[in-house]
Write a protein that binds this ligand. Structure first.
Ligand code: NAP
Length: 256
């Protein structure tokens, strides 16, 4: 569309898991502003409705779908429901994630599995169902995961979370090779410290807040709006030769 140039998403259909708030809503707003139809997948219907309302205010077509991403039958059903509603899926952002800190020596198998189920099994299921559809349709597609600096840097109390995010990075690298022949690109976005509900506790701890600010050259926490542009780029046709990568958006945190 005129004015959007390289990043025109008119007619594009994007699914954003965990798109009802935080980083996922940031992705969704960027996609919506560039013409995409957006399907929001999350668990809480009220928050989904609120997010869909915000996307409608931007003039976008958007709809919410209640989905627990770690449940195979729900992912299969909502993939079909999204395709029935919008006709296709061009990009899937596997972004829903949870962080539940625990001392490592107290970490139960249940907690480990709970975090893995949402952060790693979820992206696996969502990508698998989207990839089947994209291959059948034969017009390519985009698979994008949300990773974390926890995958690259030691993060105490978050070994389960960090392992899940390292797994997601390995997942997209494998997909980028296996699915390249179908013109499907797979990448991960690696946000730095972002102001969302997930980091409310961390931000309220002054010592931690100061440590983040000290180490981040941008000298601020990021916001969901800082992730809009990278989502648009990775969904757009302009990134067709960009695959198997991890795009770091962290205000410079990683260079220290
Ligand atoms: P957030 O504000 O807590 O939002 C999480 C989103 O995921 C919500 O929409 C939530 O909606 C949804 N969700 C959670 N569990 C789900 C499940 N089992 N099934 C379906 N949807 C689920 O978190 P955020 O900070 O935006 O995080 C988004 C992603 O970025 C996560 O993968 C996180 O690990 C990653 N990340 C965050 C940061 C940061 O600093 N914030 C940094 C790096 C990476 P419902 O609760 O309604 O389901």
């Amino acid at each position: 569309m005129e004015g959007r140039g390289l990043f025109d998403l008119e007619g594009h259909v994007a699914v954003v898991t965990g798109g009802s708030r935080g980083i996922g809503l940031g992705y969704a707003k960027g996609l919506a502003r560039h013409g995409a139809c957006v399907a929001i997948w999350a668990r809480d219907q009220d928050r989904i409705n609120d997010a869909v309302g915000q996307l409608h205010e931007l003039g976008a077509k958007a709809e919410g779908f209640v989905c627990e991403v770690s449940e195979e039958d729900q992912v299969v059903a909502q993939t079909q429901a999204t395709i029935e509603r919008f006709g296709k899926i061009d990009s899937l952002f596997a972004n829903a994630g949870v962080g539940v800190p625990s001392r490592f020596v107290d970490m139960s198998v249940d907690l480990w599995n709970q975090v893995m189920a949402v952060n790693l099994v979820g992206p696996f299921l969502c990508f698998r169902e989207a990839a089947k559809h994209m291959i059948d349709r034969g017009e390519g597609g985009k698979l994008i995961a949300t990773a974390s600096i926890g995958a690259n840097f030691g993060s105490p109390m978050q070994e389960h979370y960090s392992a899940s995010k390292a797994g997601v990075m390995a997942l997209v690298r494998g997909l980028s090779v296996e699915l390249a022949r179908y013109d499907i690109q797979a990448n991960a976005i690696l946000p730095g410290w972002i102001e969302t509900d997930m980091t409310t506790g961390a931000r309220s701890w002054e010592k931690f807040d100061q440590a983040v600010l000290h180490r981040t050259p941008a000298r601020r926490w990021g916001g969901p709006a800082d992730l809009e542009a990278v989502a648009v780029y990775l969904a757009s046709a302009s990134s067709r030769f960009h695959t198997g990568d991890v795009l770091v958006v962290d205000g410079g945190y990683s260079i220290f």
